[in-house]
Design a protein around this ligand. Structure first.
Ligand SMILES: Cc1ncc(COP(=O)(O)O)c(C=O)c1O
Length: 391
């Protein structure tokens, strides 16, 4: 029987072209001959073959994030954690040692504490606000150091320049998760980072409807190594998520500017309120690393504000309940303000003493500030604070 190759019908002829990237969900791409396929696999011609390997929507998005970060050849993967895993599992082998900041995102900490040791990769955690503390745990077999510039949820500022210097001197790779700070505040490569990571799920995509990550190394060989690992382990992103994220990215700078203005106003409002024990916002004069924040973030404070109220868990319950219109949800970077409570979510696995050591009490909240009318936002927080005070 004669085999007929089914080819999809082409699009109707048009002199004009679409003004947004089309969504291209094809899983497989047909080639004409085995020779043509050879030339694709051997890199003599470019062509897609199978969506887990690569697809157009991921590539379009990757080039956009590359441009924002001042890097090239980056890789979009299925989540921020896939990006972190591509670095830690794709570049390290049994017998290596990895240093992590002690206030990394919870799942990154879990990878460091449980999965890497299970695979024979040693790990140590140290305080990234102090480059000497990081230097002190680096060993001869240390392969890389992973930090975030603004820590979650206490918003401490890492000594990025000091750590980059230590890593350079000791021949260790520096990986920076730039999710909180974004390239609008800081491009880690300009401070000596070798690898940059993003959860695109957060501020860059910005609408809480796509889960994605991006990772890129300054050394293309390392990015290629992570790409092969990601393709083999199936970390590949969905075309639809990439398409949504590209659309969200178009408004990123505007959204981030507005969210930061709102965050500054909210932080200043909270700091004046009775029943609020402390407020953390990087550009406020009472922040423990304010001068470092000013210089690293070019005077920008980002969109996260953390604060602590008096009254423990009962007050926290009353506050969250009364904060109407604000999603009490464990995410950040959405167009709407979201509220999270570390003791019952991201840091619930720690003992109360462990949380206290990080400055996280039952009254501690982290706010991801959105784009609402600032007066309406402040009214909402005032009402919630009243509810927490008058239990
Ligand atoms: C700093 C940071 N890195 C990585 C991640 C993981 O991203 P994702 O949820 O897209 O896997 C998060 C998630 O909140 C994060 O805050």
């Amino acid at each position: 029987m004669k085999k007929t190759l089914q080819r999809p019908e082409g699009l109707p002829d048009s002199l004009s072209s679409p003004i947004v990237t089309p969504l291209m969900p094809a899983v497989a791409y047909a080639s004409t001959t085995p020779d043509e396929l050879d030339s694709q696999y051997e890199g003599r011609a470019f062509g897609y073959t199978y969506a887990r390997e690569a697809h157009p929507n991921a590539d379009v998005l990757a080039r956009r994030i590359d441009a924002l970060e001042g890097m090239s050849g980056g890789l979009v993967v299925g989540s921020g954690m896939a990006a972190v895993s591509a670095v830690l599992l794709g570049l390290c082998k049994a017998g290596d040692h990895v240093v992590g900041a002690d206030q990394l995102y919870g799942r990154s900490l879990r990878l460091m504490a449980e999965d890497l040791p299970r695979l024979g990769i040693e790990t140590s955690l140290a305080d990234p606000t102090d480059a000497d503390a990081i230097a002190a745990v680096i060993q001869p077999n240390t392969k890389l150091v992973l930090i975030e510039v603004v820590s979650n949820p206490t918003l401490r500022i890492s000594d990025l320049e000091g750590i980059a210097k230590v890593c350079r001197e000791k021949g260790v790779l520096l990986a920076v998760d730039n999710t909180f700070t974004t390239p609008a505040c800081l491009q880690p490569v300009n401070f000596g980072a070798d690898i940059v990571i993003h959860s695109l799920t957060k501020l860059l995509a910005g609408h809480s409807d796509a889960t994605l990550g991006w990772v890129c190394a300054t050394d293309q060989k390392l990015t290629d190594q992570m790409r092969v690992f990601a393709v083999t382990t199936g970390m590949t992103p969905s075309p639809f998520d990439c398409w949504l994220a590209e659309r969200g990215l178009a408004t990123f700078e505007l959204r981030f500017a507005r969210a930061q203005e709102n965050a500054q106003r909210l932080a200043d409002f909270l700091a004046d309120q009775e029943g609020v024990r402390r407020v953390l916002y990087p550009t406020r004069s009472d922040h423990p690393e304010v001068s470092r924040a000013q210089s690293l973030l070019h005077g920008r404070g980002c969109n996260m504000v953390s604060f602590e109220i008096e009254g423990g868990r009962p007050a926290a319950n009353a506050f969250a309940k009364a904060a109407e219109g604000i999603a009490f949800a464990p995410t950040l970077g959405d167009v709407g303000t979201t509220l999270s409570h570390a003791a019952s979510s991201s840091h619930r696995a720690l003992s109360p003493d462990g949380r206290a050591a990080l400055g996280i009490s039952e009254g501690f909240f982290r706010v991801s500030v959105g784009l609402e009318d600032p007066e309406a936002l402040i009214t909402c927080f005032r009402t919630a604070l009243d509810a927490a005070r008058t239990l």
